[in-house]
Design a protein around this ligand. Structure first.
Ligand code: ADP
Ligand code: MG
Length: 251
């Protein structure tokens, strides 16, 4: 392991690459002239090796690229979730902020991986529905075993051409772009953003679907589901443990 890969391995920012299968029309269209995946190798936790994806270029050379995680064409959604997202959600539930974002060219599988094109509850469910499910499972466990309150709020925005649109705003609300402000205590926040209290997976799912519908029919933002628009779903989780004098709990 060289110095660069060691630095990457110790970083709090982890980078994963996911290679989706090529579609037949892509293969037909390229007429043999395309970069193909020779092999993917997962990271090895034991040896602390990074994952590797090897591509064959058109000129026949092989090039290797290294990432914290590499997911191959056959990798299932639940596997990506367990390796990549579950540890981040676990940290969030311990009070450490976490973000997962997908980056890549149109058609590479960002929406599929994140799971917000259609909110399904089967093996195709992406990271977001699975994360929401993990959060509510945690809430259920913690509230049934400890004397504590958990409150979760959800917001959903779309960024399109420098405009911020509140996807959960009531239909009658003004659709002017919202403004990002910075506060010494709260940090960055979107002023006037609609936040709903959610107490179950189903409620969270219903709000997400409502936001996706608003995204589709947003009057001021044409072509809103294009590659130039970005959506941000935020869950704010507040957990208050009531201390028991017999058995004091750490916050
Ligand atoms: P993006 O959001 O990056 O533009 P999509 O998530 O919409 O791309 O994916 C493009 C197409 O590829 C969709 O039809 C999606 O269902 C399919 N797809 C993406 N990732 C995978 C995968 N890992 N396995 C199978 N099909 C996939
Ligand atoms: Mg997409």
């Amino acid at each position: 392991m060289n110095r660069t890969s060691r630095a990457l391995k110790n970083s709090r920012v982890k980078v994963a690459v996911r290679c989706r299968p090529a579609f037949q029309d892509e293969i037909d269209f390229a007429k043999g002239e395309f970069v193909s995946i020779v092999q993917t190798k997962e990271e090895s936790l034991a040896s602390k090796d990074l994952g590797q994806v090897s591509l064959a270029t058109i000129s026949g050379k092989q090039r290797d690229f290294h990432y914290d995680y590499v997911f191959g064409e056959d990798t299932a959604q639940d596997y990506v979730y367990d390796r990549l997202a579950r540890p981040i959600v676990n940290e969030v539930l311990r009070g450490v902020n976490g973000t997962i974002f997908a980056y890549g060219q149109t058609g590479t599988g960002k929406t599929y991986t994140m799971g917000i094109l259609e909110f399904v509850n089967n093996e195709h469910a992406g990271l977001i529905p699975r994360a929401i499910s993990q959060v509510f499972e945690h809430v259920h466990n913690v509230t049934s075993t400890t004397d504590c309150d958990v409150s979760i709020t959800q917001s959903f925005i779309q960024l399109y051409r420098e405009q911020i649109q509140d996807l959960l705003a009531p239909p009658s609300a003004e659709q002017d772009s919202l403004i990002i402000r910075e506060d010494p205590v709260r940090g960055f926040y979107v002023e006037g953003l609609t936040e709903y209290v959610v107490s179950s997976y189903r409620e969270s799912e219903a709000l997400l679907n409502m936001g996706l519908e608003n995204r589709a029919i947003a009057p001021t933002l044409m072509n809103a589901t294009s590659s130039r628009s970005h959506t941000i779903l935020t869950l704010n989780i507040e957990q208050r443990i009531h201390s028991d004098p017999q058995n004091p709990q750490q916050y």
